[in-house]
Design a protein. Structure first.
Length: 429
């Protein structure tokens, strides 16, 4: 009815609230102060789809998409210690209003960082500076904020006049903070200490790892530090170890594509490859397939760099080049471990490709990723690595090419009419 112009969004909301005999709140037009918003924690608000918008006489007025959820109202009452007065609000309006938590979150983090930057004492002793409370607080705040925004990577980039902190969110890099030049040395030194790297080495790249907990969630960081023209640059990949693998449907795979993937994954042997650019979710797709195949009847072994999800009933090996445990060496060892299904994090070289293909030929189901942009590009890439064409014909079950596509944010969704140029670009010839 709204789409056809038969009724306005506001009128529909009032009609529903009248039917429920509960007052209507148009949260789009309400100013919600930070003090009122913080009366109900974000996790509680998102779980029960409620947004506080007014506090008066020890009573919180709360807009809800389901104001008849008495369990949620009672729980909020116990958590806050105040009476809860429910109002009806449209689901879309509640989603947008919940976005205000993130806005306040940024200002809170910026305040913490700016306060601690002033306390950082200049000096040449990097080891001492890295242990100072302000530096520790700044770095912990960056970690917490990145996790709260569900970032995949944290970038610390030294420039000529300042230091930029960027987060990769939904595949796109975004500037988050800027510091004055000089503080990055203490930050990088702190990161090196956490990841057991050489604090006095500034001329060669270094790789390390670090783990920490946030709200009972285990977060692992894969850290890369390289020397740049203006100083050392750091990239930290965020890996949520407590995340459960998503199903193929939850990843957005539907229709004929879903049926084809499932059909080929259920074959007892052969090779399944997922291709795409870096960061397109290839490993995530493989975990979804493994989760689907993970039953008591099969033995699953993996060799990964890094292990992104811990899985029950799966033997997972972490690549460690310092000790000689490469993909190829790990794959050879796994062949003596009586596996039914093998997952190789990535086929990078001729030796790994050869062992993976022979594993598929000897009755194993082998899953792996490959860096090519298209599904058809996987075959010439393997041939270039020295694989025999007749062996590929016998082993390849399916090659899946994928991209990471950003979903529309429910908090800032807006109507948009594309111009003719964009329509032509998207339309089929």
């Amino acid at each position: 009815m709204i789409f056809r112009g038969l009724i306005s969004e506001d009128s529909l909301g009032k009609l529903i609230s009248g039917y429920l005999n509960i007052p209507y709140a148009d949260v789009r037009r309400l100013f919600i102060s930070t003090e009122v918003l913080n009366l109900i924690p974000e996790k509680l608000a998102r779980t029960y789809r409620m947004i506080p918008f007014e506090f008066k006489d020890k009573k919180i007025k709360v807009a809800m998409e389901n104001p008849e959820d008495f369990e949620a109202i009672e729980f909020a009452k116990r958590q806050t210690g105040y009476e809860i007065e429910p109002y009806f609000a449209r689901s879309e309006d509640v989603s947008k209003a919940l976005g205000q938590y993130k806005k306040n979150l940024k200002s809170d983090f910026e305040k913490i960082i700016s306060e601690n930057i002033k306390k950082v004492a200049p000096g040449d002793n990097l080891e001492k500076a890295a242990e100072d409370v302000p530096v520790v607080k700044i770095l912990n705040t960056i970690f917490e904020y990145a996790v709260a925004l569900r970032s995949s990577d944290i970038h610390i980039e030294s420039q000529s006049d300042d230091v930029v902190i960027r987060f990769r969110i939904d595949g796109m890099l975004r500037d988050m903070f800027k510091f004055q030049k000089g503080i990055e040395q203490a930050l990088v030194a702190r990161i090196k200490i956490l990841s057991d790297l050489k604090i006095d080495e500034h001329r060669i790249p270094q790789d390390g790892r670090h783990k920490f907990n946030i709200d009972d969630e285990v977060i692992a960081l894969r850290i890369s530090i390289i020397p740049g023209f203006y100083g050392e640059n750091v990239v930290m990949r965020i890996l949520r170890e407590t995340n459960r693998p998503l199903s193929l449907e939850e990843l957005g795979i539907t229709g004929q594509g879903l049926m084809t993937i499932r059909e080929n994954c259920l074959k007892p042997h052969g090779m399944i490859l997922v291709t795409g650019p870096t960061g397109s979710g290839k490993t995530t797709t493989l975990y979804s397939v493994l989760n689907m195949l993970n039953t008591a009847e099969v033995k699953i072994c993996t060799i990964e760099d890094p292990i992104e999800y811990g899985m029950n009933r799966v033997t997972q090996i972490q690549v460690n080049t310092k000790t000689g445990l490469t993909f190829a060496a790990g794959l050879r060892s796994l062949m003596r471990h009586d596996p039914d299904i093998i997952m190789v994090g990535e086929i990078r070289d001729e030796e790994t490709a050869e062992i993976a293909i022979h594993s598929a030929l000897t009755g194993h189901l082998v899953l792996s990723t490959l860096h090519t942009n298209t599904a058809s590009g996987a075959v010439p890439r393997l041939l270039d690595m020295g694989a025999e064409a007749f062996l590929l014909a016998s082993t390849l079950n399916i090659v899946v090419a994928q991209r990471l596509v950003r979903k529309i944010c429910p908090s800032c969704i807006a109507k948009y009419t594309p111009d003719e140029t964009i329509i032509k670009r998207l339309s089929k010839d």
